[in-house]
Design a protein. Structure first.
Lengths: 203, 203
DNA sequence: GTCTATAACGGGATAGAC
DNA sequence: GTCTATCCCGTTATAGAC
């Protein structure tokens, strides 16, 4: 077969695996299931990727890099602090609303790989605080915001953004929300989070 | 054999499985590995619990109930608001410092079970906001704190507490912290979180 | 009632021959 | 690109020991 057909087979494989990995969790998806749903021969998976693990890594890099770039650009931009925080929070939540399972996917990858996680280059685009931390220090030195621990502040920010998505079923159940209402709850967090972060740095 | 011996075998099984589930993740532990490490016959696992899944459920209930009670008591107590928040944050983090893998364990359980998660009764002791939400409403009505969304506030509070533990390896790597320093970073969050929460409700 | 030994089934992951 | 062999896994069953 020619190259374009080969690519379309490969793409079909990735697309199918991505869907299954996100919904069921990597460890609960079988390679046969992926192959069947993608309509290809099982061995083709071993032909394109060498193992299920490498298929996962390819998908992980792809998924993260797709989303992380715009976030990194916001964090590294020269926007004024409060505007930057607002833009980061709102953009991040918009991304996650579209793909609510991303958080669980990444967290399970971190837990599974532990120290090896650093080897996944995509992570560097996701958690990269150098310029943001510098900006926070500068603002604090100038007395424009309260003196805070910059790294703690960043961790707090992403905690407020990301964690609720990983317990979405729990929140929905506890507040008796259907899918639509649960989504609304998460969207409303944009304002909640922004205000909480700002209140903690303003005099 | 007598009851105590039976219990000790059962306990050994639970203890071993708990350790492995926490470190490697439920889906990456084999029943044969558990049996071997516990020094018992594989058939015994099926004798005491009927399946790996039921062994998991037993351990899940045990682990959560062990820790959740004291947290629920704080949340349902009649402490003044700021003192309650302080006590909740500090106690929760103390618990997690001792068992940093608990967060990943629970999150993966939520993700795996999705809607079925509600069936795990232990969850009700972990996320139960009725009296806390009522207290927040009361304080807001009395004009003693800013008007806020109580459910959002609770979700923010647990996000700030829990999420950093689930990305501990990432935080450690990014800030070049060894185990001791990473632990210190998490301990220091007690004060950070408390201050952020209070700043967001005080006038 | 508690425990061991052993085997077998269906399915999954992967390597290598073709 | 495909087929096959091999090995690991969770589960079930059987037969028997203390």
């Amino acid at each position: 077969m020619d190259a374009s057909a080969a690519n379309s087979t490969r793409d079909k494989l990735i697309e199918t695996a991505k869907e299954l990995f996100l919904t069921k969790g990597v460890d609960r998806v079988g390679v046969r299931e992926i192959a069947t749903k993608a309509g290809i021969n099982l061995s083709l998976m071993n032909y394109y990727f060498r193992s299920k693990e490498m298929l996962f890594e390819a998908i992980f890099e792809m998924l993260i890099n797709e989303k992380a770039l715009v976030l990194k650009q916001i964090l590294d931009s020269d926007k004024p602090l409060e505007e930057k925080i607002r833009s980061y929070v709102y953009t991040y939540i918009d991304i996650l609303i579209e793909d609510p399972l991303l958080v669980s996917f990444v967290l399970s990858a971190i837990h599974r790989n532990n120290e090896k996680i650093v080897n996944l280059k995509a992570i560097y685009n996701l958690y990269n605080t150098d310029s943001f931390v510098a900006q926070l220090k500068r603002e604090a030195d100038l007395g424009r915001i309260k003196p805070i621990e910059p790294e703690q502040f960043y961790v707090s920010m992403i905690s407020l953004i990301l964690f609720p998505f990983s317990i979405k079923p729990l929140i929905a159940d506890r507040n008796r929300l259907d899918e639509r209402a649960a989504k609304l709850f998460l969207v409303e967090r944009k304002k909640t989070i922004y205000e909480m972060l700002i209140a903690s740095i303003r005099f």
